[in-house]
Design a protein around this ligand. Structure first.
Ligand code: ADP
Ligand code: MG
Length: 255
């Protein structure tokens, strides 16, 4: 190596990652080359490659649909974006409070902070805690952000009303709720917080046409406020109306 060439280490900036360049100034979430293989330990350690170098950049106010046949890796990708699944390689860059962070490299407490303030997730199923009433289940993320109990409860009541959740259910535990009722509690819980980025895994799968319409309106309002969204929608009507483009999963990477 020529010693006269500048090879001296530069001071690394630990707040902004020097190696990361967002696709555009309005990018909020950027997944780079996500790769994941499941190892089926109960089946002779068989390897199941599900994601191979999948990349996606999502802008402010945009909703990207994950599309493709069942089993093609949509949910695996979405869970990886939320760092529920550990990826084998790649990076998940999220703009969190004016800084770019890679979710795949964060300490657990930092990940919790990103999920609390920046990254909302509507899972397909509500995790029900026995004896906790629906209104409290839905208000929990707001209260964790320091919103006072009364303001939080008013916000949830307003969302429950919009989602046509019968008032007599508000103070009951969702344990005995129908699938569609649980789904609406889950939606109110996520949409009560103004997350800059949201991940939606089939948020309307158990809803009737009236409530599907309400959820489409909630998504459109959030996009208009600048929220960057990624969604899995099995319903073509919903996908066509709220999504700006889609990322196709073909599945069967190696068979
Ligand atoms: P989609 O959401 O597109 O229907 P998934 O991401 O759920 O697809 O699944 C993709 C593939 O990965 C499927 O073959 C599925 O069986 C497999 N898979 C998903 N989750 C796991 C897991 N936790 N362990 C092992 N295999 C899994
Ligand atoms: Mg799925």
């Amino acid at each position: 190596m020529n010693p006269h060439l500048s090879d001296s280490p530069t001071k690394r900036d630990h707040q902004q990652s020097p190696q990361f360049i967002p696709a555009s100034p309005t990018t909020r979430l950027q997944a780079e080359n996500l790769t994941k293989t499941f190892i089926l330990h109960t089946q002779g350690s068989m390897e199941l490659p599900v994601l191979e170098a999948v990349s996606l950049a999502v802008d402010v106010g945009e909703c990207v649909a994950l599309s493709g046949p069942s089993g093609s890796g949509k949910s695996t990708f979405m869970r990886s974006l939320y760092a529920n699944y550990r990826i084998d390689s790649g990076a998940i860059w999220v703009k969190h409070q004016d800084h770019w962070v890679d979710l795949s490299a964060l300490e657990p407490h930092e990940l919790l902070s990103v999920r609390k303030h920046t990254l909302g997730y509507v899972s397909q199923f509500l995790r029900v805690i026995p004896r906790v009433p629906a209104i409290e289940v839905a208000a929990e993320p707001l209260e964790e952000l320091g919103v006072d109990a009364e303001t939080a409860s008013e916000k949830i009541k307003h969302l429950f009303q919009r989602l046509n959740l019968l008032e007599r259910l508000w103070y009951l535990s969702p344990t005995t709720f129908s699938g569609g009722e649980k789904q609406r509690v889950n939606i109110a819980r996520a949409f009560a917080v103004d997350y800059p980025i949201m991940l939606l895994d089939e948020p309307t799968s158990a809803l009737d046409a009236t409530n599907r319409e309400v959820v489409m309106q909630l998504i459109e309002e959030r996009k208009a406020q600048g929220c960057a969204m990624v969604g899995i929608f099995h319903d073509d009507e919903v996908r066509q109306r709220v999504c700006d483009r889609h990322l196709s999963f073909t599945g069967c990477l190696k068979s």
